[in-house]
Design a protein around this ligand. Structure first.
Ligand code: FES
Ligand code: FES
Length: 210
């Protein structure tokens, strides 16, 4: 057998292979386009949001954060990391603060959700909102809705005697000290570094309520 008929060049393999791949890919794409894609299944979920009953029909993969922002248009709750690391998405569910990016909306059937819009409104601010304004507890404001929801829940936790990581082993009733509030607020990140002013706002409200 001569070398003329058996020689295979690298260029020949690459060109030939490319043609084959292209020939195979075109029909596959056409088949995919022609195949009707099933609509994503949805689930109904009912919850009370800021004291109003809401019914939603959602893709079950929808997070509570996206349900609030994209479906109920409550854009006060912010999406920062979408990974449970920044606290920007904090809302209050049945009295407890949670990261709404880490939970699916369909898990909250029947729950009561409070967002920053439900705490207070211009002209009728929640005491914590008013204290944030008074003490400059924000700069850009992106973290602020989550900070305020968290701060409100933190003072409720302290008043209810819920231990934090710092006080769990001490068997003492928690108090609204600076250390205690800083510890409990540690999941809410502020890139602008407004922490000391946030603490001042919380201290003022704690002095009135705790
Ligand atoms: Fe939820 Fe950052 S957006 S923790
Ligand atoms: Fe800007 Fe907190 S005020 S991130």
């Amino acid at each position: 057998m001569s070398s003329d008929t058996t020689s295979v060049t690298r260029r020949g393999v690459l060109v030939g292979g490319g043609v084959c791949a292209a020939a195979a890919a075109v029909p596959a794409a056409e088949v995919q386009a022609a195949t009707p894609q099933p609509a994503p299944a949805t689930m109904k979920v009912g919850m009370t949001v800021n004291s109003a009953k809401r019914e939603l029909d959602l893709d079950p993969r929808t997070t509570l954060l996206d349900a609030l922002r994209e479906h109920l248009h409550l854009n006060g709750t912010k999406k920062g990391c979408d990974h449970g690391q920044c606290g920007a998405c904090t809302v209050i569910v049945d009295g407890r603060r949670i990261n709404s990016c880490l939970t699916l909306a369909v898990m909250h059937e029947g729950d009561a959700v409070t967002t920053i819009e439900g705490l207070g409104q211009p002209g009728k601010l929640h005491p914590m909102q008013a204290a944030f304004v008074k003490h400059d507890g924000y700069q850009c404001g992106y973290c602020t809705p989550g900070q305020i929801c968290s701060a409100v829940a933190v003072l409720d936790e302290i008043r209810a005697g819920v231990p934090s990581h710092a006080t769990a082993d001490l068997n003492v009733r928690p108090r609204a000290t600076n250390d205690e509030m800083r510890e409990r607020m540690s999941g809410n990140i502020c890139r602008c570094g407004a922490y000391s002013n946030i603490l001042d706002a919380m201290t003022e409200v704690a002095g009135r309520r705790v």
